[in-house]
Write a protein that binds this ligand. Structure first.
Ligand code: ADP
Length: 377
């Protein structure tokens, strides 16, 4: 790559100014060198002829030569700087045109808009890269929004259809408005309101608008609380839960939201582990993080589905998972909550029937003792 291609904007401007100064200096030197000796010669001859003092002739010759050299040098520098300015302006205008076009294309809703590096310095190349990244992000947000609306419409269709069918049947006298009909209709209404609450929550969490009541908490308390809350239901399903956690795992977090993530992971473990299975919950301290893993010995997740379980509305087995009331948003909410805390939530599974492990990692809050190294484990 040529030096000019790698030079930053400041270097390029310096080169341009140096060029103008150089042209002016060269013009001054050229004029001085070509006109000066002639002028001196002529004045000295005149001094001999007229008998005037050679000193005053030499001074006049010097004044005339330097005035001429300076004027021509200034004029040349002016012309050179005008030329260089026009060239620079044209080059910058040409480089900015793709940005204007790209911004217009983004504004009219086009996706996958990219701007290639204009090649007039790393500053402009960085702006081009940032613009392309922004356009890609916008396209992604727009895609997600479109898919979300489509998924939402799809999710609402079934409960609404069931409600409409029952209302019509009751209206026509085909069905009686007895307890069982009421129960079915109520279940559909509950499903719709849960869907609405979940969508509102995941949207605000992913937009970073989730209200978090953060303060230093011990993860041990939250882990044991969530396990205690779920243990009866796990036992009813024939599952055994083991909890390994000890006090002293401090994080700056909203205990309700972290509790919600853990409850969701435990509910999923219950729903996807056959009776007789085991659910292990373990909280461990790492250098900069506290990690909580929820492992089950259940049905596992196929490798191709692993990256998708955190997608909104994704369910491995749509019919079966929908039957147990899931809308496929639980893990999206859980991950959004983890991210809002500056943490991560990842899933691992060796494959179908091999169980699953979900790991929640949160930035660890160091105590004074940790910092001084006294209590470092
Ligand atoms: P839902 O709210 O419907 O349970 P989630 O977002 O919590 O949805 O989970 C998405 C999908 O990921 C589930 O439908 C299920 O197919 C899969 N999944 C979640 N947890 C587990 C698990 N522990 N074992 C196997 N599959 C799981």
């Amino acid at each position: 790559m040529a030096l000019a291609d790698r030079a930053d904007l400041a270097t390029r401007l310096l080169i341009a100014i140096a060029l103008v100064v150089g042209v002016g200096a060269a013009a001054a030197w050229a004029v001085g060198a070509t006109v000066g000796p002639g002028l001196f010669h002529e004045h000295l001859l005149r001094a001999v002829d007229t008998g005037e003092s050679p000193t005053s002739h030499a001074e006049r010759a010097y004044a005339a030569a330097s005035a001429l050299a300076l004027s021509i040098a200034l004029l040349t520098a002016l012309v050179a700087s005008a030329g260089v300015s026009v060239l620079i302006a044209r080059r910058i205008r040409r480089s900015l045109a793709p940005f204007a076009q790209a911004a217009h294309r983004v504004a009219i809703g086009e996706r996958n808009v990219t701007v290639s590096p204009p090649g007039i310095g790393p500053e402009f190349d960085r702006v081009a890269a940032a613009f392309t990244a922004m356009a890609t992000d916008l396209a992604h947000v727009e895609d997600t929004r479109t898919h979300m609306l489509a998924d939402l419409a799809h999710e609402m269709r079934t409960p609404l259809a069931v409600l409409a069918a029952y209302l019509e049947a009751v209206g026509d006298g085909v069905e009686r408005l007895d307890e069982s009909t009421m129960h079915i209709m109520q279940a559909q209404v509950e499903r719709l309101s849960r869907l609405s609450a979940d969508v509102a929550l995941v949207t605000s969490a992913q937009e970073g608008r989730l209200s978090l009541d953060r303060h230093p908490i011990d993860v041990d308390t939250v882990v044991k609380g969530a396990a205690a809350q779920e243990s009866d239901r796990l036992a009813e399903c024939g599952l055994t839960i083991h909890v390994r956690s000890a006090p002293g795992l401090l994080v700056d977090a909203d205990p309700d939201r972290i509790g919600q993530v853990l409850t969701n992971l435990l509910e999923n473990a219950r729903q996807h582990t056959p009776p007789g299975g085991v659910v292990d919950v373990e909280a461990t301290a790492e250098v900069d993080a506290v990690r909580v893993t929820v492992h089950d010995s259940g049905e596992g997740i196929a490798p191709q589905d692993l990256p998708r379980v955190f997608d909104r509305f994704f369910r491995v087995d749509v019919a079966r998972d929908r039957a147990h009331g899931g809308s496929g948003i639980g893990l999206s909410i859980a991950r959004a909550i983890a991210t809002a805390h500056g943490g991560t939530l990842v899933a691992e599974s060796e494959g179908l029937s091999m169980g699953s492990t979900f790991s929640l990692s949160l930035p660890r809050l160091r105590t004074e003792l940790d910092r001084t190294g006294v209590a470092e484990k």
